[in-house]
Design a protein around this ligand. Structure first.
Ligand code: BGC
Length: 260
C-alpha cells in the first residue's frame, strides 16, 4: 500500500465509497449522499503506467481496502463507454479494456458489488444533484476537459448515458485531441487560445442540442478565473461546483441508487 493510502486507512467513516479512475490518478473517498460531500480526505494513487486492466483492478482493490467501513456497493468510474458493466471503448487507456466485463472483475477483486459507469456521466450526475446544475430544469450538458473530453447529457436530472461528445468531428477533425486539457498542455496554448477552441466546440453543441446550461469540469474547472471571460456562448456556462470530486460523488450516487 502506498504511503498516502496508509494514511487514509486510519479513517473510521461510513458512507458510500466512490472511486474515480482517471488518466493520471485513481481517487477514492467515502461520500455522504445527503449532501454530496466527502466524509474523509480523498486518497489518490497514480494510475499505473499503461492503465492495463489487471493493474488498475489492483489499485481499485487497494483503495477499497482503505475504507473498509463504507457500506454496500462501491461506485467506480471508467474513462470510456460502459454498458451493463462492460467497458466498450478505451480512448486513453489500454485497449485490453474493450469488451471486458470490468464490473465483474472489480467486484471479484474487491469482494463487494461494484457499479461501474462512465467518468463524465458520474460527474454530470453529481453536478446535476449537488453542484452547478442543482435545481436547473431542462437540458444540462456537462463537458469535462482533461486527458480526454467527456460529456454527460441530462434532462431534468435524468442522464442519457455514454454520449461521447468529445469524439465528434468539427471542421473535419475530431474535437478531443484538439480542445482537451491535454491538447492545451501539449500545444502550450494560452487560456485565451484554448478558450477560442472550446467556444467553437460549445457553439457547435449549442446548435445540435440547445442546452439550458453548460457545466465545464475536469482539471480546468479549478481555474475558471483564467478562462471564464473568454468562453462566451449564448447558453450560460458554469464551472463545475464539485470540481475534482464530482466523479467520486457521482459514482457513489449511482452505486447507492442501483442498490435501492
Ligand atoms: C472517452 C470518454 C471519457 C472521456 C473523459 C474520452 O476519450 O471516450 O468515455 O468520458 O475521454 O475521460
Amino acid at each position: 500500500m502506498t504511503k498516502k493510502a496508509t494514511a487514509g486507512a486510519q479513517a473510521q467513516v461510513s458512507g458510500v465509497l466512490g472511486i474515480d479512475i482517471g488518466g493520471s490518478g485513481i481517487k477514492g473517498a467515502p461520500v455522504d449522499l445527503r449532501t454530496g460531500t466527502l466524509l474523509a480526505e480523498r486518497v489518490r494513487i497514480p494510475t499505473p503506467e499503461g492503465a492495463r486492466p489487471e493493474d488498475v483492478t489492483a489499485v481499485v482493490a487497494e483503495l477499497a481496502g482503505v475504507f473498509p467501513d463504507t457500506s454496500g456497493p462501491i461506485g467506480v468510474t471508467f474513462p470510456g463507454i460502459v454498458r451493463g458493466g462492460v467497458t466498450l471503448s478505451a480512448a486513453n487507456v489500454d485497449k485490453g479494456w474493450i469488451g471486458l466485463d470490468a464490473d465483474d472483475r472489480f467486484s471479484r477483486a474487491v469482494g463487494r458489488p461494484v457499479t461501474l459507469l462512465n467518468d463524465a456521466d458520474a460527474a454530470g450526475l453529481a453536478e446535476a444533484r449537488f453542484g452547478a446544475g442543482a435545481g436547473v430544469p431542462g437540458v444540462v450538458m456537462m463537458l469535462t476537459f482533461g486527458t480526454g473530453i467527456g460529456s454527460a447529457l441530462m434532462y431534468n436530472g435524468v442522464l442519457v448515458p455514454n454520449t461521447e461528445l468529445g469524439h465528434i468531428e468539427l471542421n473535419g477533425r475530431e474535437v478531443e485531441p484538439w480542445a482537451s486539457g491535454a491538447a492545451k498542455d501539449r500545444e502550450d496554448l494560452s487560456w485565451k487560445q484554448w478558450a477560442k477552441r472550446a467556444t467553437e466546440y460549445l457553439e457547435y453543441l449549442e446548435r445540435l442540442f440547445s442546452p439550458d446550461l453548460f457545466i465545464i469540469g475536469g482539471g480546468l474547472s479549478k481555474k475558471a478565473d483564467k478562462w471564464q471571460e473568454y468562453l462566451k456562448v449564448k447558453t450560460p456556462v458554469k464551472p463545475a461546483g464539485l470540481q475534482n470530486e464530482a466523479g467520486i460523488v457521482g459514482a457513489a450516487l449511482m452505486a447507492s441508487e442501483r442498490r435501492g
